[in-house]
Every structure is written in C-alpha cells, then in structure tokens.
Write a protein that binds this ligand. Structure first.
Ligand SMILES: *Cc1c(COP(=O)(O)O)cnc(C)c1O
Length: 376
C-alpha cells in the first residue's frame, strides 16, 4: 500500500529543514514604493525587483476603464487584441527592434522561445549561471546543451570550435545575472556568435529599464543587437509579463511555435494597456536610475568596508556568506532592524555561496542603505 501523500511530503519537508533549506512565504502587504508591511510592522523592502519604484507609480486609470480584464482566449484564437499590439509596438520601439511579442511571464517566455528556435540535432551554449527558466527552456528544446563557464569566453569559443557544423547554434545568456549581479561581455559574445555562425539570445530581465541609455538595457549600451532579446515587465516596469524583441520573422515563428504562448490565454489586455503606459515612464526615469546606481555603489562600498564579500555592482548587490544558515541568520538580523531582504540558498545558487540579495530601489535613500549596513 502506498503511503498517504501528506506523509511522504512531511518527510521531504523535514529533510529540507535539516539542511537549512526550508522556506516560508512571507504574508506581506505593500505599503508603498520601497516598503512592505509584515504583521503590522512596516519594513524597508530590499528584496524586490521594483528597481525604479514603478509598481506604485501613478497611472491614468480613467483611460483604462473600458479595457477588458481578460483576453478570453489564446492570441491565436480570439485573444489577439488592440492593447497587445499597442504594447508590443511600444516595447519594440523602446529596445530598437523591429517587432516584439508579449508573453505571460519571463518564465513562460524562455521555456517557449528556446524550443521554438532549436531542437534535436541543434546545439545550445548556455552560461553556467543562467536563470532556471533559461535552463528549463534548453532542456525542453531537446537540443544538445553545452553549459559554458560563467562569462568564460575562452570556454565558449573552444566549445563552438569543437562542435560539429551540423545543426543550428544558439548562445544563451543574461544581460545582468539575477543572483550574481554581474554583466555578460555582450560585445565579445556577439563577435563570437558571428564568427561561429551562432544566434545570440540575451535575457535582459535585470537590465532593461535600469541600465543603458534611457534604460534600453545592456545590449543597447554595448551597441549589440541580439537575435533574440528577452525583457521582463515584472521588474523595472513594475507590472507583470514579459516579451521577446527581434525581427518580424522571429515574432511570427514564435506565435506559431512557442507552446507557452500558443496554448495559453493571451496576456490580460488590462495588463498590456498598463505596460503601454509604464513604458514611457521607464524611458523617462533617468533620475530614478541615477538614484538606484548611487545607492548600489554606497551599499557595495559599505559592505566591503565591513569585510563582507560582495558580488554585483548594480542594480543588484549580493552579500555572500557561504553557509545557508549564515545567510538566514543575516536575514533574521535584517528583519529585526526593520529590513526585508531574502537569503538566497541552493538550488537557486551553487552550494557554499548562500547569500543575501540586496536591491535598493529608486524609492530608497542613503539612510535606508545605511540601516542595512548597520544591521549586517
Ligand atoms: C525573473 C527572471 C525571469 C522570469 O521572469 P518572470 O516574469 O518573473 O517569470 C526570467 N529570466 C531572468 C533572468 C529572471 O531574472
């Protein structure tokens, strides 16, 4: 007789607890830009990706009164609506690409897009620190996947040289790495891709809206036009969803072949209309970007002065403590001091590199950063 499900689950949860990997969902309510309320107490929120503080920014809600809340069907059936097309036009123009296609999330984008581009017999070259959604997209594609050393151009070049010429080649990387906070060498990656006949996909989840001219991202800053650019809307845009930007032909292939789009209800038109209104706000947020960068600098410098290992130079700063319990201990200390920032542990990061991921936003100030430093 099989055990009851809850009994089997209990054992697995106990094992996670024993390894210091048990997690909790914090019952938070947001109290405004840069803040969060937990059990009636207001905290500084240093754990969000709301880099520009736009999740709470004013919006012309009156103009949205007539917009439907739901797309009612897949984009391919009767769910392809004017707000989708308007948002896609705005996003494509923002990143300087001919076309864009909305997805319900960055996760859905990556697990849908990579298998639409490559399959069995093809070759994917994936950075060792790529986000889980990129890893899952590679796996789902059933292409042969080679993981190259993080930002290691030599390793990538060697692999490109040694891979048989048959099949398509796709290099997959992030603009700013989500848990490390460092940046990909985009110009060099683009050169390698060109020299070895590979396509380049760059996930700009943590750079679009925050880095580059008017927040157009690290590809724009490096003068690189990747074949496939992925942007998310749940981070600097303060909304939800994601998009792929690239050629018109790429857009067409994706609405035929990206299963997470084909077999999924279209993005809420209300959300698409919100994105259309947030995009010019992102573009205009030079002041917020400058504030965010200054606070990151102050935080990184302060951590180093305290002998703490720092990775990332903005918009993400991580303080590495190694053992998962050391990281959760710091999380608790921060909590006592009125700050919410989460310990990031395996499997999100490699064993022995548990850390606190700190994100100052444009809604914070120097005093907030100093409070974090004091608590650590
Ligand atoms: C957050 C993130 C995603 C997922 O985006 P969601 O819209 O939150 O699903 C994808 N890629 C990277 C690099 C991310 O950091």
């Amino acid at each position: 007789m099989q055990r009851p499900l809850d009994e089997a689950i209990e054992e697995r949860l106990a094992e996670l607890s024993a390894r210091g990997l048990r997690r909790t969902l914090l019952p938070l309510s947001s109290a405004g830009p840069g803040l969060a309320v937990l059990d009636g107490r207001t905290y500084l929120d240093f754990g969000s990706n709301d880099y520009l503080g736009l999740a709470h920014a004013p919006l012309d809600w009156d103009s949205l009164r007539e917009v439907a809340t739901g797309a009612r069907a897949s984009r391919l059936v009767t769910g392809n609506l004017a707000p989708h097309l308007a948002a896609e036009r705005k996003l494509a123009d923002f990143v300087g690409a001919p076309a864009a296609l909305l997805f319900t999330s960055g996760y859905a984008t990556n697990v849908g897009t990579i298998p639409a581009l490559v399959g069995p017999g093809d070759h994917v070259f994936s950075d060792a620190l790529n986000h889980a959604s990129l890893i899952d997209g590679c796996r789902l594609s059933r292409a042969s996947v080679q993981v190259f050393g993080h930002n290691d151009l030599r390793d990538l070049e060697r692999r490109l040289e040694q891979t048989p010429a048959s099949g398509a080649r796709l290099i997959v990387t992030e603009g700013v790495f989500s848990m490390e906070g460092d940046r990909a060498p985009l110009a060099d990656l683009a050169t390698l891709a060109r020299a070895h006949g590979a396509w380049l996909l760059v996930d700009e989840a943590h750079s679009l809206g925050i880095l580059g001219p008017q927040g157009r991202g690290v590809c724009a800053a490096a003068g690189v036009q990747p074949d496939v650019l992925v942007g998310t809307l749940g981070k600097a845009f303060g909304a939800q969803g994601a998009f792929v930007a690239g050629s018109e032909k790429l857009r067409q292939l994706l609405f035929h072949r990206a299963r997470s789009l084909v077999f999924s209800t279209g993005v809420s038109p209300l959300l698409a209309a919100v994105v259309s209104r947030r995009t010019p706000q992102v573009e205009a947020a030079d002041e917020g970007r400058a504030t965010q960068a200054t606070l990151c600098e102050r935080l990184a410098t302060g951590l180093r002065e305290r002998g703490i290992e720092v990775r990332g130079s903005g918009p993400i700063v991580t303080a590495v403590f190694g053992d998962p319990r050391a990281a959760t201990d710091r999380e608790a200390r921060l909590r006592d001091a009125g700050i919410i920032a989460r310990a990031i542990r395996p499997p999100t990061v490699p064993e022995g590199t548990s850390r606190i991921r700190l994100v100052p936003t444009a809604a914070h100030d120097a005093a907030a950063v100093d409070r974090v430093l004091g608590a650590l």
